[in-house]
Design a protein around this ligand. Structure first.
Ligand code: AMP
Length: 629
């Protein structure tokens, strides 16, 4: 099989690597660098990618696209805030997605990412003297379906066969653990340019198992840069009454100067930011200069709030893996922003140990992706890679209850099938509502999609057997299939990019589930009480209808409770009342059955008749189906 590369398609920088002589190796680009800025520029009709694009950004702020990874697979509404502070034009596409406008042209985030991938692959092909067509591409662990699909599509646009989408922290530990023999619990702390990811993995004997993942897709080094930019701009505004952030060119220069200062402060206690001719004085029309000293402690104060946001995901990852900090054997740092001393300090303090610094934080993800590519093309043996789902997945069942099929933190790929049935008589179809989240009631979770399975014959409630299968593939993409067993009728959905799930949402949903646990339990119990009474009512009604030999006098007490049950259900009577009626219904039903026992054989014959009498024309399509007992 042809060789395949591993690509870390980063927010700020990208890296490409390959297995060479059994070792993962970074491939240099045509400028001789090991990392390539994920920047694309359009200038005078030509396209620039990488360092050359980054270098001309100041003079071409509106034509230089960077950090496009933040927009991959997202809807316009989700990224509006980021879009509005961007020096280049980001607009809403007709499909509700994101478009970058440069001159008369519009580009999708996938197209721009594809240009970065193309540059990486073309340069690497030259270095290797062999055309590269296959790749493994990494994404943050918290990327949802649509973000993963967008990444896969970027690969396709670039003419690549994407063998697999792999989580960045998993790739990192793959690179780290390759030579390890014993079993270790590893925490991968990945703070890059735009995203933050924490993963806890079990590593050893060639098996990498992700125990938990957490993160924040809105936290990274560029937020540190913006904190410095805002500080500089506010000060400048106070002094000269000019807001530098409103001038796209000045803003771009500020961003670059802020990043440079930040990087210098990783090694030095202070630095000076100096930007000559940054603006014109509106009063005197004279050029204005910006010159400012920034100390490391001032910088740490400016990013204080951002640093605090590191804590939550680390704690969540430990909690989800049911581990305490003393269980962690190694802490691996990934991403350029882990070079900030204050970040290292927080990690050390939170986990009670110094992070392992033997791996290069900029390259480790691409190296791991290359190993995974090697596994898939047969160059590397003895490694099994196991990832997990960040949130539970399930289906809406009767009473708007969320029924989970796959629990969060389940290892993928995973396939799970459960059998459901109808809750109403004569249903000739069901609607499958696919949801993701941790809450008990459907409406509190994230809706991923709906589809209908229709056209099976009308049957009494509880008879149809509807098999629902959730299948998450190795790329984390979900396929849901529903099948009615008697007819073999099938319908399915692949969750497309109509809805997306940001890390904030994931965090919120997990927290929500914890804080609403009691309320959810009550709602669920109420829905169950109602469902139980409804099933009993239907069952009792069937029995009365079928008991042709019973007298009105025998039927009356039971029919009365059946009516009471119906009105209690329709009027949402309190749970205690529903249970009380249920109890009474049970009593009246058994009394009725005893009284009519003699007519038992006649009833059996009637039962068949009832089934045959079910109307074939009646179409009842709703979410009223429930787990088959
Ligand atoms: P990555 O996405 O992993 O390439 O990380 C890029 C981010 O790391 C950018 O925000 C860089 O400014 C930041 N970065 C790179 N080197 C350093 C450094 N020495 N100190 C602080 N931040 C850095």
């Amino acid at each position: 099989m042809a060789k395949a590369v591993g690509i870390d398609l980063g927010t700020t920088n990208s890296v490409i690597a390959i297995m060479e002589g059994g070792e993962p190796t970074v491939l240099v680009n045509s400028e001789g660098n090991r990392t390539t800025p994920s920047v694309v520029a359009f200038k005078d009709g030509s396209r620039l990618v990488g360092q050359v694009a980054k270098r001309q950004a100041v003079l071409n702020a509106q034509g230089t696209l960077f950090e496009v990874k933040r927009y991959m697979g997202r809807t316009w509404e989700e990224v509006r805030e980021e879009a509005e502070r961007s020096p280049y034009d980001v607009v809403r596409g007709d499909d509700g997605g994101v478009r970058f406008v440069v001159g008369d042209d519009k580009y999708t985030p996938e197209q721009i990412s594809a240009m970065v991938l193309q540059k990486l692959v073309e340069d690497a092909s030259k270095t290797l003297g062999e055309k590269i067509t296959k790749a493994v591409i990494t994404v943050p662990a918290y990327f949802n379906n649509s973000q993963r699909e967008a990444t896969q599509n970027a690969g396709k646009i670039a003419g690549l066969e994407v063998l697999r989408i792999v989580n960045e922290p998993t790739a990192a530990s793959l690179a780290y653990g390759l030579d390890k023999k014993g079993n270790e619990t590893v925490l991968v702390f990945d703070l890059g340019g735009g995203t933050f990811d924490v993963s806890i993995l079990e590593v050893g004997d060639g098996v990498f198992e992700v125990r938990s993942t957490s993160g924040d897709t809105h936290l990274g080094g560029s937020d540190f840069d913006y904190a410095v930019v805002n500080w500089l701009a506010e000060d400048f505004k106070k002094e000269y009454n000019v807001d530098l952030r409103k001038d796209k060119q000045a803003l771009q220069r500020l961003i670059e100067a802020a990043e440079k200062a930040k990087i210098e402060l990783s090694g030095l206690p202070e630095t000076t930011i100096s930007l000559p001719f940054i603006a014109m004085d509106p009063a005197s029309n004279a050029p204005l200069y910006l010159e400012k000293k920034l100390t490391r402690s001032k910088f740490e104060e400016l990013i204080g709030k951002l640093l605090n946001r590191i804590r939550g995901p680390v704690e969540a990852a430990l909690r989800d893996a049911k581990l305490s900090k003393s269980d962690i054997d190694e802490v691996i740092l990934v991403g350029g922003s882990t070079r900030v001393p204050a970040v290292k300090k927080i990690v050390t303090e939170m986990l009670g140990k110094e992070p392992n610094q033997t791996v290069n934080p900029d390259e480790v993800v691409a190296l791991g992706a290359a190993i995974q590519a090697g596994v898939l093309t047969g160059d590397v043996d003895d490694i099994v890679l196991l990832d997990v789902t960040p949130l539970s997945l399930g289906v809406e069942t009767k009473g708007a209850v969320f029924t989970k099929l796959i629990e969060r933190n389940t290892t993928v790929p995973v396939r799970k099938t459960e059998t459901f049935t109808t809750a109403e008589h004569n249903q000739t179809g069901v609607e499958v509502h696919v949801l993701q989240g941790e809450r008990s009631m459907a409406s509190n979770n994230k809706s991923l999609g709906r589809f209908k399975l229709e056209g099976f014959p009308a049957m009494p409630a509880g008879v149809p057997q509807i098999e629902i299968t959730y299948d998450i593939d190795a790329n984390g993409i979900l396929h849901v299939t529903a099948k009615e067993k008697s007819t073999g009728k099938e319908a399915s959905i692949t969750i497309q990019n109509t809805t997306t799930l940001s890390d904030d949402e994931v965090e919120r949903m997990v927290k929500d589930a914890q804080s609403h646990a009691e309320e959810d339990r009550k709602a669920r119990e109420y829905a169950e009480a109602k469902n139980n009474l409804d099933s009993m009512r239907l069952q009792a009604k069937n029995i009365v209808d079928e008991a042709s030999g019973a007298t009105d006098e025998q039927k009356q007490p039971l029919l009365k409770v059946i009516d009471e049950a119906e009105s209690a259900i329709n009027s949402n009577a309190p749970k205690e009342r529903l249970e009380e009626i249920g109890k009474e219904l049970g009593e009246k039903l058994s009394a009725f059955q005893q009284a009519t026992a003699a007519a038992a054989s006649a009833e059996a014959a009637e039962a068949e008749q009832t089934e045959a009498a079910v109307s074939e024309d009646e179409e009842v399509i709703d979410a009223d189906f429930k787990p088959a007992s």
